[in-house]
Design a protein around this ligand. Sequence first.
Ligand code: HEC
Ligand code: HEC
Length: 157
Amino acid sequence: MKPLTLLFKTLLLAAALATGAAQAQTQTASASTGPVKMDSLRGGVPIQDEIPTTHPRQERDHAPSDRDFVQQPPLIPHTTSGYQITSNFNKCMDCHSFQHSKAAGAPKVSVTHFRTREGQELDNISPRRYFCNQCHVPQTDAKPLVSNTFERARGLR
Ligand code: HEC
Ligand code: HEC
C-alpha cells in the first residue's frame, strides 16, 4: 500500500478508536468527574479557528504513478503547494476542467465526477467531487507507520 493511503487509513482508524474510547469515557466520566480532556489531531485549536496548513514534504513533479487497484483515485504527480480550493474557486479545475485541460496538458477530470449521488448528470463538477484532495493525494516517500502485506491488484501487476 502506498504510504500516504496507509497513513490516511491509520489516521481514520485512530480517529475511530479515539471516538469510541471518548464515548466510553464520557459515559463513565459524566457519572463521576467533570469533562474528559483528550488529544485530537487539531491539538488544542478550537473548532472555529483555522489551523495553518503545513506541507512538510511537498513532492516534486514526477511522472504519473501506477494505480494499485483499478478504482483507485489516481495519485497527484505534481506539487499542490498553494493550490487552494474554496467555495468560489477551485485551483485544480484551472488545469483539469474540460475547457482548460488541453492547454494545460493535464488529464480531464473523470466524467464520473459530474454525477450527483442521486445519479443526475451535471454540466459542472458534482458537489461530492468538488474537494479533490478528499480522494486525490500527492505521494510522499515516507516509511509506512504500520507494516502491512498489501499487494497491487493482480490485474495491474
Ligand atoms: C497548473 C496546472 C495544474 C493544476 C493547477 C493542477 N494540476 Fe493536476 N495535473 C496537471 C498536469 C499537467 C498533469 C499530468 C502530469 C503528467 O502526465 O506528467 C496532472 C496530473 C494530475 C493527476 C494524475 C492523473 C493520472 O491519471 O495519473 C491527478 C490525480 C491530478 N493532477 C490532480 C490534481 C489536483 C487534485 C489538483 C488540485 C489540488 C491539481 N491536479 C492541480 C496539471 C495541473
Ligand atoms: C470522492 C472521491 C473523488 C473526488 C472528490 C475527486 N475525485 Fe477524481 N477520481 C476519483 C476516482 C475514484 C477516479 C478514478 C475512477 C474514475 O475515473 O472515476 C478519479 C479520476 C480522476 C482523474 C483521472 C481521469 C482519467 O481519465 O484517468 C482526474 C484527472 C481527476 N480524478 C481529477 C479530479 C479533480 C480535479 C477533482 C476535484 C475537482 C477530483 N478528481 C475529485 C475520485 C475522486
